[in-house]
Design a protein around this ligand. Structure first.
Ligand SMILES: NC(=O)c1ccc[n+]([C@@H]2O[C@H](COP(=O)([O-])OP(=O)(O)OC[C@H]3O[C@@H](n4cnc5c(N)ncnc54)[C@H](OP(=O)(O)O)[C@@H]3O)[C@@H](O)[C@H]2O)c1
Length: 205
């Protein structure tokens, strides 16, 4: 799930820690987190933002408590290098931290667990076998592109935000070439601040 500008950017031309979505997007983001066992986060996004998104809404926290689930989904950081600064505020956030990386034998400092990523199907199977079956992909673009190219994304949830940004940071990187994929609209919701949430499901042959 991503917050995108009307021209399909997920960050302004200068890049950096992008905050495209407003309050409406925040609610649908927290609803997705409340559904999830785990969230996939690209290492570059985490380095830039320093933290990951938490559920704050009391009704959603109560819902997870009723379901006897952890308050927050597990944060799964995807990295090739495995290099994350242990000083990031992420390492103080109240959640489980896992790292998904090729060839990691031990969790990097600050992580509770490390899982191998020989390829995407095997990586997602390892997560499911460890209890993380319902996954939300929080971006950024490189990670979203990798999972879409591997044809492993079942739903796309985009919050269209009423801003034009221009620049190079399209939500799907231009280097990602896909076989045409067809999607069906599952939900559309008008959100606060003239934002529009669109949720699509993958049509598979
Ligand atoms: N608008 C939104 O909703 C939204 C959401 C998220 C992020 N963003 C923005 O997106 C930008 C960052 O996105 P990005 O595309 O530059 O980076 P990204 O996708 O967040 O992270 C890229 C990093 O993730 C790891 N990675 C990605 N694909 C991998 C793979 N297939 N296997 C192993 N590791 C992999 C690598 O980590 P290592 O470097 O550790 O090897 C890579 O350098 C920021 O501007 C952020 O604010 C916007």
């Amino acid at each position: 799930m991503l917050a995108v500008s009307l021209d399909g950017r997920l960050a302004p031309p200068a890049g950096g820690a992008a905050q495209i979505g407003g309050r409406g997007d925040r609610r649908v983001l927290e609803e997705a987190l409340a559904w999830a066992d785990g969230c996939l986060i690209g290492a570059a996004t985490l380095r830039l933002h320093g933290t990951t998104c938490l559920i704050h809404a009391s009704d959603l926290l109560e819902q997870r408590a009723r379901e006897a689930r952890a308050a927050q989904p597990t944060a799964v950081v995807v990295s090739r290098s495995g290099q994350l600064d242990p000083q990031l505020r992420f390492f103080q956030q109240p959640l489980q931290r896992w790292c998904l990386a090729p060839g990691l034998a031990e969790p990097p400092p600050g992580f509770d667990a490390a899982l191998p990523l020989p390829n995407w199907p095997a990586g997602l199977e390892a997560l499911a076998a460890s209890g993380l079956q319902k996954l939300v992909l929080l971006g950024g673009a490189e990670l979203a592109g990798a999972l879409l190219a591997a044809e492993l994304v079942d739903q796309l949830q985009l919050t269209l935000c009423p801003v034009l940004l221009g620049g190079a940071h399209t939500w799907l990187p231009p280097v990602v070439a896909l076989e045409p994929q067809q999607w069906r609209l599952l939900e559309q919701r008008s959100l606060e601040g003239d934002e529009l949430m669109l949720r699509y499901g993958r049509i598979r042959a």
